[in-house]
Ligand binder design. Structure first.
Ligand SMILES: C[S@@+](CC[C@H](N)C(=O)[O-])C[C@H]1O[C@@H](n2cnc3c(N)ncnc32)[C@H](O)[C@@H]1O
Length: 209
């Protein structure tokens, strides 16, 4: 696309970390005091879309490093004029360490994070010991971490970090049910992987008080 073509204004559904920082106050951002849940690596935004419609009393924020994907998700939210769903473009690591105020997030959802298949690339995986401390920092007491993936070795790695961590307790995952239509999946990646017949690994943890 030539650089002279203007990008569609999607504010407030899509903003970058620089737009919303240096410190993000949720009450100012949303204009209310509803609980806030994060979708880390929100991709095309299917989770944000469905969850915000089903739970109007909760605010949902996608953190997405790929601005193209983030804008696409935000367009979907804007078309429904959803007041409780937003996408912030930027690196989730930065958002979780610098921009989001400590103890302000009711739940973090991490669905189908990039697997970085090659062993030498594993260090790029979003789930690592530092990421757990970032989750500890932003979550409210008793806040939740939801994680789904189709990659068995990724799931094992996440469990091996989360299960022994003194700041988290593992809970049973939400009950599984069949999708009723093409939009009735947790995320776009879940739809793709389920339709290919892959098993989906799901886990839930809660931050200890
Ligand atoms: C495999 S996709 C999954 C997308 C979505 N969660 C789903 O299940 O359909 C992983 C997403 O995480 C995003 N991502 C990767 N690293 C990130 C980071 N550091 N901060 C924010 N988003 C990130 C990627 O751009 C991509 O959209």
């Amino acid at each position: 696309m030539p650089s002279s073509v203007p990008v569609k204004p999607l504010k407030p559904w899509f903003q970058t970390l620089d737009d919303v920082g240096p410190v993000l106050n949720w009450a100012t951002f949303f204009g209310n005091n509803q609980p806030v849940e994060l979708d880390i690596g929100s991709g095309r935004g299917l989770f944000l879309f469905n969850a915000s419609i089903r739970n109007p009393g909760t605010n949902f924020v996608g953190l997405e490093i790929d601005f193209g994907e983030g804008r696409r998700a935000a367009t979907r939210l804007m078309k429904r004029d959803l007041a409780n769903a937003r996408v912030i473009g930027g690196d989730a690591n930065r958002a979780l360490t610098e921009v989001i105020e400590p103890g302000t997030v009711a739940a973090a959802h991490v669905y189908f994070p990039d697997p970085w298949w090659k062993t030498r690339h594993h260090k790029r995986r979003i789930f690592n010991p530092a990421f757990l401390e970032m989750l500890q920092r932003v979550l409210v007491p008793n806040g939740y971490v939801h994680h789904w993936t189709d990659v068995a070795d990724y799931f094992e790695m996440v469990q091996s970090l989360m299960d022994p961590h003194p700041g988290f307790v593992r809970l049973p995952p939400p009950e599984e049910r069949d999708a009723e239509n093409d939009m009735d999946y947790q995320t776009s990646f879940e739809r793709k992987k389920r339709q290919l017949g892959f098993p989906i690994y799901r886990a839930l943890w809660q931050k200890r008080t």
